[in-house]
Ligand binder design. Structure first.
Ligand SMILES: Cc1cc2nc3c(=O)[nH]c(=O)nc-3n(C[C@H](O)[C@H](O)[C@H](O)COP(=O)(O)O)c2cc1C
Length: 472
């Protein structure tokens, strides 16, 4: 399975990587070019970045197939979200613990003390309202205080100066619990940020695992081989031996900074994080920085699938358990619809009240989350009920039903003041946010009149059977 460099090389061999030799400014200019490459499903390598001697690579994991290649699927083989979930399930069941090795390429160059200068790294500043340059492709490693296991997550990291940065933990993440523990206990906390780690580790890092459960074994399971770790130079943390660069730091809870970054739903999010004082920077001699373009962009969203695919499945299971048998169901969780889930239920209804009853039961369904359950309304912005003839997996078909089968005003309902998860940025503290319920089924009295236009037999007639066979 390709490691980070091999995956970059594979993208290039397949004609999926653009090299840019012209010097670019990491502030806005580089992100603008990254966005254009991503729109073409291409990765990009910036060979000359103003103010830095390190090149930058972006978009390495900007489509699902690339995630697949990192865990054993071969180019050309179809690879979708279900395949990804199957690989993760397999890796969770067949974990491979990491092994410790004495040395690795990530420590070819070691800088400590006054030699450390983060401002010499080519870290992009993406959006006009961002607090500054953010490292977005790093795996953050910290030790779980109770189990001693190494916890890994992908966190945005604001560069504050030569030896200062802020690693952001959203509420509910394991890192936020580790922060709280050390801050309350007044004990020192070390953190390491790994850039250009094995893609399987990046993928495992984004998965939501139970607290105290290490992502390193899951990464081993995904790549089918143990990760090799080396000891950090200034702490007892361990980091992958093969990676581009590592920043070792100690968290200073006495200084907290606000950090604003454009997020995956296309809006800014402001969070507060403690300052980390950098103790060491280690890197390969020819290191490159992996930058994941922040915001509603392909690599961020594709990596996010590691978390959202599992959440979609959990939501679907919770809804099926709470509702009577349905003809079909689909949970949408995609940036085009914001940060919240949208649920579509297909039914064979016996009366016109059934859809509203289903909607109430769907919003109230208990959904398991780390530490307990929440009602589905916490995560779901909209529930739409459609007739069986509508394809719940095709949002365009669902939209069609919503606007062609709804004449009574009561077909649409808006609830206000519903408590919401932190990533719904339009929700207001204390007064929550709105939820939308749509009964997009035909009223029974309208069934004949509003029937869908269908060509009889169209589903079984195959054009290929009517074309002349090609000459051999
Ligand atoms: C590009 C990217 C940036 C992310 N930024 C953050 C972040 O700033 N803070 C955070 O807590 N989670 C962030 N996440 C999501 C976490 O990686 C994910 O929730 C992970 O499971 C957290 O790990 P933990 O619970 O072990 O701490 C980001 C994910 C991606 C793909």
């Amino acid at each position: 399975m390709p490691d980070f460099r091999a995956l970059v090389a594979l993208r290039e061999q397949r004609g999926e990587l653009v090299r840019i030799a012209r010097e670019v400014d990491p502030r806005h200019e580089m992100p603008a070019l990254m966005a254009q490459c991503e729109a073409r499903r291409q990765a990009v390598l910036f060979e000359h970045v103003r103010g830095s001697r390190f090149p930058v690579v972006g978009g390495v994991l900007n489509h699902l197939q690339a995630l697949g290649w990192a865990c054993g699927s071969v180019p050309g083989e179809p690879f979708g979200e279900d395949d990804l979930l199957a690989r993760v399930d397999h890796a969770l069941a067949q974990r491979i613990a990491p092994v410790t090795v004495p040395a690795g390429p990530v420590q070819e160059v070691v800088q400590q003390g006054a030699d450390v200068d983060l401002t010499a790294l080519p870290v992009p500043t993406v959006f006009e309202g961002d607090s500054g340059p953010f490292i977005t492709g790093a795996c953050g490693i910290a030790r779980h205080p109770e189990t001693g296991a190494l916890n890994v997550g992908v966190y945005r990291v604001l560069v504050l100066g030569r030896d200062r940065l802020a690693v952001n933990a959203v509420p509910g993440s394991d890192l936020s619990a580790i922060y709280r523990h050390h801050e309350a206990a007044g004990t020192p906390m070390d953190v390491a940020l790994v850039v250009g780690a094995d893609p399987a580790l990046l993928m495992a890092a984004v998965c939501r695992l139970p607290a105290g459960d290490s992502e390193l074994g899951v990464a081993g399971g995904l790549r089918g081989r143990a990760l090799e770790l080396v000891r950090c130079r200034t702490s007892d943390l361990q980091v992958p031996a093969v990676a581009e660069l590592v920043i070792e730091g100690r968290v200073d809870f006495t200084h907290q900074v606000e950090n604003t970054l454009g997020e995956f739903a296309g809006q800014y999010g402001t969070e507060t994080a403690p300052v980390t004082v950098v103790q060491a920077l280690t890197h390969r001699r020819d290191a490159m920085l992996h930058a994941v373009l922040a915001g509603r962009h392909a690599e961020h969203v594709t990596l996010g699938t590691m978390a959202t695919a599992g959440l979609r499945r959990t939501l679907a299971q919770a809804l099926r358990a709470a509702l009577p048998p349905l003809a079909d169901l689909h949970v949408y969780l995609e940036p085009a619809l914001g940060s919240m889930a949208h649920v579509v239920l297909a039914v064979d209804k016996a009366d016109d009240d059934t859809p509203q009853r289903l909607i109430d039961a769907a919003f109230a369904a208990p959904v398991p989350v780390p530490g307990g359950t929440v009602p589905a309304s916490f995560l779901v912005k909209r529930v739409v009920v459609v007739d069986r003839d509508v394809d719940v997996h095709d949002l365009a078909d669902v939209e069609w039903a919503m606007w062609t089968r709804t004449a009574r005003a009561t077909k649409f309902r808006i609830e206000g003041g519903v408590e919401s998860w932190d990533l719904e940025r339009c929700a207001r503290r204390g007064s929550g946010s709105l939820r939308v319920a749509v009964d997009a089924t035909m009223d029974l009295a309208d069934r004949e009149r509003l029937r869908r236009t269908v060509i009889p037999g169209a589903a079984t007639v195959r054009l290929a059977d009517y074309l002349r066979p090609e000459a051999p």
